[in-house]
Write a protein that binds this ligand. Sequence first.
Ligand code: CA
Length: 347
Amino acid sequence: MKNIVFCIIAFLCIFGRGAFADANESSQSNADHAKSSPSVVAHRGASGYLPEHTLEAAVLAYNQGADYIEQDLVLSQDNVLIVLHDIHLERTTDVEHQFPNRAREDGRFYAIDFTLAELKQLHVHERANADGSLVFPNRYKGQAAFSLATFEEHIALVNTLNQVRGRNVGLYPEIKAPAWHRAEGKDISSQVLTVLKRHGYADADDPVLLQCFDFNEIKRIRHTLNSELRLIQLLAENSWQESNNDYDYLKTNEGLAEIAAVAQGIGPWFPHVYDVERSQATSLVTDAKKHGLLIHPYTFRADQLPANMTAPQTLDILFKQLEVDGVFTDHTDTVVGYLRRQRAETD
Ligand code: CA
């Protein structure tokens, strides 16, 4: 796997300034348009093309012109931060074949029950459903050996690429299930802040946006752990049981005011900002803007668009009608290409 990464990085270093000059220029002009240019957040890396959260997916997203690369974070048994979307392993790795006796009573394999050395033995594959079928049937089907990576490996990768390419691509880490980690005896947020600080990320103007679904944890990060980093409160449906928060309340004016007292922005689900059936915006965007909150909806997927909408129509709604500040996307290249065309039309 390391060989693959090094090959990709070497390829980038050698050809990056020529063949991929467009992506480079795009980021330069992003800096020039800092106020008006929305942020493109690579959701689990270039997950539309390569298995999510691998270093390879991060490299591809970087080269597609992402402004931020997302890292979902969970802890291993030996307290190492792993870039992994679920607290479970079996939907994106071959854990059930390599460690068949390590499931809990519910039949699931938890990353927190494995050491980093064990996790590094696993092979990462495209996300599968419980029955083994692929969640996105038209995505990557190759057989390359992808591995799990640590948060520090992802940070080092982005930092190295930034030095090589003269860019300032940011990190967009998400603290997963902090209350669950605490019940398992681990304080994941403290460890995330410690690792970020070790790599020079601690201040409000550093290129990091730290996200979490759990508003209690967002408040704790700000007030108890005293972080000055910019924070993003993710919004969910109560039925998803992401935390014990009342997301219906957090979406009200009072809730948004509470969020704005500690965080810099919100990460709403697309249907929270736009009612597709009625073809109209909800009030959330205008309400959030009144409180000065950044709005970064999730998730633009070119292969899973809202009903009866094309990719350009969806992006027009986000950027022309709602004027959001950024978007999480599995397809960074599609969004970067769209925004570049918009700039060319208006310049
Ligand atoms: Ca996430």
